[in-house]
Design a protein around this ligand. Sequence first.
Ligand SMILES: Nc1ncnc2c1ncn2[C@@H]1O[C@H](COP(=O)(O)OP(=O)(O)OP(=O)(O)O)[C@@H](O)[C@H]1O
Length: 413
Amino acid sequence: TTSKMPCKLLNLCEYETHKLVRIQSARLGSLKWTFNGVILMFICIVMFWNKEYQEHDYVVSSVTAKVKGVAMTSLPDVGDIVWDVVDYSGPSQVCVCAFIHLCFTNIVVLLLYIIHILYLYYTLCWTDKDCVKGFWEQNSHGVQTGACVKFDVKQKTCEVSTWCPIETKKTPPKPALLASAENFTVLIKNNIRFPNFNFIRRNILPEMTDSYLKHCQFNRRTDPWCPIFRLGDIVQEARENFSEMAVEGGVIGIQIKWDCNLDGFLRNCLPKYSFRRLDEKESNRTLSPGLNLRFARYQTEKGVGERTLFKAFGIRFDVMVFGKAGKFSIIQLIIYIGSTLSYYALVSFIQMFSFNFFLKFNILTGKEAYIDCDFPQTTLFIDWLIGTSCFSKEARQNYSEKKVESVQDRQQV
Ligand SMILES: Nc1ncnc2c1ncn2[C@@H]1O[C@H](COP(=O)(O)OP(=O)(O)OP(=O)(O)O)[C@@H](O)[C@H]1O
C-alpha cells in the first residue's frame, strides 16, 4: 500500500486520453456534413468577396487641375471686369482661381491704393524720440517713419508709411459677385501608380479621345468617368448650395478612390469620385467662417505706384486620392486557408452541443435513464447543458448496445 501512495497522491500511475465514439446516426451524420458544407461555403464566399487570395499595394499619386470659364463683374470704383481663362491660369497673374484648386466666387474691391503716402497711425507721441523708425506691429497698417506728427489739435502721433487709404472692414456682397463661377469647369488630371506591381494609370482613360474631353462633363449617372467637373455640380454633389457658399467661400473635398483588381480577366481599375464639404458649414454660428485671401493689380499713374486691392472669397477644392490594388498571390491564399482551418473546430463543438442536448432532452422526457456518474456533477444549468453526458452503467450499456460503438476505451489503455 505504501508503494502505491505516491502513485495515488501524484497521479503518477495514470495516463489520460480521449475516447473516440462513432455514432451510427443519420441525423447526427447529416448535421455534421451540413455544418461542414456551410462553413466551407462561408469560407469560400468570404475569400472571393474580400479577395483574400490577393496581395495588396497602396496608391502613390499626383494631381493637377485646370479651370476654365468666363465671368463678368461690375465692381464699385473699378468698373466692369471680365474674368477669363487667362486671368486665372498664369502663376504671376491676378487669379480668379488663384491656386490650382481655389476658385473665387465673391470679391470685395478696395479703392486704389497709392504707395508711400504717409499716413497717421494712432500711436501717441510727444517728440520724434517716442517713435521708432522701421517699427511694425501686428495691428498697424504700415511701418513707422520715426517722425512724430500732429494728429489733431491736441494730440500727436507716430507717422507710418503705408498704402492709402487704410483698408476698412467690409462684409462680402450678397449675392456673390462671381456667382456665375458655378458654370466654370475644372479638369482634374490624376496620375496614379502602384509601385509594387509597377502599374501606372490616369483618370484620363486610354479610350478617351480629344473630342470626348472637349465636350464631356462629369455626371454620376450618365458620365461617371469624365475628368471635367462643373463647379456647381461639385458643390451640389457635396449637398451644398453654390450661391450660399459663394458669399463667404469654403472648402470642398474631392475624393478620388481607386479600388483596383489587377488579376487577368477580372482586371478593373477605374476612379470613383465623391464630394463633401470640409469646412464648418454653419456660418451664422461660426466665428470667421469661409475662406478669403487678398491679391492686387499694380499700375503706375503719373509716376506714382498704385494698386487695386481685391479681397476675394472663394471655394477651395481639395483633391484627395485613396487607392488600393490587389493581385493574386499563392502565399496569401495559403495563409488564408491556414487561418480558416480552425473554423472546422466549430463543427465538432456544435456537434457535441447538439448531441448532448438531444440526449439530455431524451433523459428528461424519460427516454433514457440518467442516474449516478463516475465523477461529481455541478448543478449549474450551463454545465449540465453543454457538459459531457454521463450515464449510469445500465444506461451506458443499453445505449452502446443500440447506438454506440466504442473505438477506444480509456480503461483498456
Ligand atoms: N477646365 C476645363 N474645362 C473643360 N475642358 C477643359 C478644361 N481644361 C482642359 N480642357 C480640355 O481638355 C483637353 C485636355 O486639356 P489639356 O490642358 O491637357 O490640353 P491643352 O491643349 O493644353 O488644353 P487647352 O489649350 O484647351 O487649355 C483639351 O481639349 C482642353 O480644351
